[in-house]
Design a protein around this ligand. Structure first.
Ligand code: NAP
Ligand code: SF4
Length: 681
């Protein structure tokens, strides 16, 4: 049934080989994985959701999966969140399925019952055990309650079919209800739904069987199977294999891979997870089932996807965030234009962090994601000449967007390379992914014929002489002066110098300032060289992932590689540093630095720096940190000098990015602001 046919003329022959599912053939091996966007919760937003998916369908994705829809009220993720359980809810979905089909795509609806992860008082679970990440204790389902829940899954699938979907994905991983039935940690039942492994897997197998009965044979059923729970008292490998076989026998069309419960303390998707770092587990499953397997997590570029497929780890790759970043990902890869793909850097800043803050998801690299009907670029009515000064994320986005709209653009950057703060970020171990935006931006500048001047400090006189219609000032920031007595001591360096690698840094280091950059510098100083972040075997050992599956849940004792330095990470604000880091990534940074023995201290007053080190007062106690170096990461101030000079000359100026608001030096804000400005000019 699985087509072995490849496309020899493509640079990615495995990726663009069709996949025959028997009753239908997918054009390629790209699955757009489920991701909640916040647009699923109200039918009034389905027009926006329709255009979001239609754009990806036009971009050549083989098959897409919606964000999760609950099959009943108890399965809500949060009160009144997305649900498909009644006939009156079907019609609005037609907007989505019609738009996708008109664009030549296929789409499945994900059925997700949150179980004890439901953020509401009506949540249910196999047993009355609260999850560590939600405040509500679930009610234990009765035997008839379990039966009703299975019927709700089947009904939801039938309604999805009526709504025009090509299939459903049954969410059986990430610690949601189905996964909760499978693991002893959340299932203490003694009836036919708990106890033995056979009893624990009865719930998902029955769901797949009844869904197949409800939808007929010519409808895709993807089962998202937790192949690696990454929590204690979870499934053993032989149980996972047995489940996969039973799910196949019960009528699944495809098995997708799920990695890690939401309560797991091992990162699974953030930037520092090595690319394709978990496809080995899908590979382990291959010999046990005959239906196609989909693999996932940290696959973002076509060459990564191709190598995963070429070495036989899976039959298809699932990507969600990379398709937020670039809706035309597949079409570009297929057309030999992979260099033009706008990359996902796995930062989570505008996608998952937004979802956790109850905001609409988008993408740091592509602010049009989920705003396809609102943030729209149109060809310029009249081509104009613009100068953009500063080639950080804001300036680059403005230059590229203006050029895409048909304007003539000259871009000036005083450094020898583009990238601004991203050029520093990419030197941080675990942020190697930040190389990709450089590739993308450089490619787009060349493709669009932007006049690029590197190593060129643009002054007001020159800009005036060239008579641009307007100047976009994206000159970024300069480091804030913390005014610590003795800060001109040779042991002191700023974060640029620390990260650039031109200066020798001693074995004992204090970092002044514990914002995002202080944390980055701490990671830079505490990682052994070479860093394990791109080496899957070293990374899995360091985080305690058991690839031999000797233990339930795939957990092992972490083997931390010792830090080459002793590091203090300091802030004046009382309390533990790192509270303001982003929701879905901050805990990974804090855990990584704790493992490296970094001393994170708040409530620090900086007294002075001299030959003996950094003198501080903490909770009224004077102390001397006898360090070899002090690195200043005390935030930034806007660099607006040029903007002020241009305004004085009467030139039309638009200030964007850090030059506009340094306090929020933040690529997400900068790129969105630059996009909106460039759309409007
Ligand atoms: P930041 O997050 O604003 O942190 C600045 C740090 O400097 C704070 O810890 C602050 O703490 C301290 N500080 C401020 N004024 C000071 C002074 N006068 N003397 C001594 N210390 C002072 O700025 P950042 O670290 O430069 O990061 C900038 C932005 O880059 C972030 O907002 C983020 O968007 C982005 N970024 C994020 C990440 C990430 O999330 N991993 C990584 C890199 C960059 P006290 O005032 O308490 O001392
Ligand atoms: Fe990827 Fe970051 Fe965009 Fe999310 S916000 S899709 S992680 S680049």
């Amino acid at each position: 049934m699985l087509a072995a046919m490849t496309m020899p003329d493509s640079a990615f022959p495995h990726l663009f080989a069709p996949l025959d599912l028997g009753f239908c053939a997918l054009p390629n091996r790209v699955l757009m994985g489920s991701m909640h966007t916040g647009l699923e919760d109200h039918a009034r937003d389905f027009g926006k959701l329709a255009e979001y998916f239609a754009a990806r369908a036009r971009g050549g994705v083989g098959l897409m999966v919606t964000g999760g829809f609950s099959p009943n009220v108890a399965g809500w993720l949060k009160p009144f969140s997305s649900r498909l359980s009644s006939r009156w809810q079907v019609a609005p979905h037609r907007r989505i399925t019609d738009a996708v089909h008109a664009a030549g795509g296929r789409i499945c609806l994900q059925i997700l019952h949150a179980g004890r992860y439901g953020y509401h008082p009506l949540s249910v679970a196999p047993s009355r055990i609260k999850s560590p990440i939600t405040p509500f204790t679930p009610r234990a389902l009765s035997d008839s309650g379990v039966e009703r829940t299975i019927r709700a899954f089947a009904r939801c699938a039938g309604l999805a079919r009526d709504a025009g979907y090509d299939g459903v994905e049954i969410m059986g991983s990430e610690g949601y209800l189905i996964n909760q039935f499978l693991a002893e940690r959340s299932n203490r039942r003694t009836d036919r739904w708990g106890g033995s492994a056979d009893n624990r897997m009865r719930f998902p197998v029955e769901i797949v069987r009844r869904v197949r009965e409800a939808v007929g044979q010519d409808f895709i059923i993807i089962y998202r199977l937790s192949m690696l729970d990454l929590v204690e008292r979870a499934q053993a490998w032989d149980e996972i294999v047995a489940l996969a076989r039973q799910v196949e026998a019960a009528g699944a069309t495809l098995i997708n891979t799920g990695i890690g419960w939401h309560e797991a303390r091992i990162p699974t998707i953030v930037t520092s997870v090595p690319r394709a770092g978990f496809t080995w587990v899908t590979r382990r499953m291959k010999e046990h089932v005959r239906i196609p397997l989909v693999t996932t997590n940290r696959i973002n570029m076509p060459e990564v996807a191709e190598s995963v497929l070429a070495r036989g780890d899976a039959d298809m790759v699932s990507m969600a965030r990379p398709l937020l970043a670039d809706p035309a990902w597949a079409a570009k890869a297929r057309a030999g234009r992979a260099a033009a793909i706008n990359p996902c850097i796995a930062c989570n800043q505008a996608c998952l962090d937004h979802v956790f803050e109850n905001r609409r998801a988008s993408c740091l690299m592509n602010p049009r994601a989920c705003f396809e009907t609102e943030l729209v670029a149109t060809p310029a009515r009249q081509a104009r000449r613009y100068a953009v000064v500063g080639a950080g994320p804001a300036g680059l986005t403005a230059a590229i967007t203006l050029a895409q709209r048909g304007h003539a653009v000259a871009l000036y950057e005083q450094a020898d390379a583009i990238g601004g703060q991203f050029n520093l970020a990419r030197r941080i171990p675990g942020k190697e992914e930040y190389d990709e935006p450089m590739r993308y931006w450089n490619h787009m500048l060349a493709e669009l014929g932007v006049e690029v001047h590197l190593g060129a400090r643009a002054d007001a006189g020159m800009l005036q002489a060239r008579q641009f219609d307007a100047v976009i000032v994206a000159t970024g920031v300069t480091p804030r002066d913390p005014r610590i007595p003795g800060q001109d001591h040779p042991m002191v360096l700023d974060y640029h110098d620390a990260v650039a690698g031109d200066r020798e840094i001693g074995r004992r280091v204090a970092i002044v300032g514990a914002g995002g950059i202080g944390f980055d510098v701490a990671e830079f100083l505490t990682q052994p060289s070479p860093s394990p972040t791109t080496d899957i075997a070293r990374w899995t050992r360091e985080w305690g992932v058991d690839t031999s599956f000797a233990h339930r849940g795939g957990l092992d004792k972490p083997e931390i590689e010792p830090s080459p330095r002793e590091v203090w990470l300091l802030q004046r604000t009382p309390g533990r540093p790192g509270r303001r880091l982003n929701k879905t990534t901050g805990w990974v940074h804090r855990a990584a630095l704790k493992d490296k023995g970094v001393k994170m201290l708040g409530g620090v007053t900086y007294e002075r720096i001299d030959d003996t080190g950094l003198h501080v007062t903490i909770e009224g106690e004077p102390q001397t940190l006898a360090v070899d170096n002090v690195v200043i990461c005390a935030g930034q101030v806007s660099n607006r000098t040029l903007a002020d000079e241009l305004e004085a000359l009467g030139i039309t100026v638009h200030v964007i990015g850090g030059a506009d608001v340094a306090a929020e030096l933040d690529a997400k804000r900068a790129i969105r602001q630059a996009t909106a400005l460039a759309d409007a000019l």
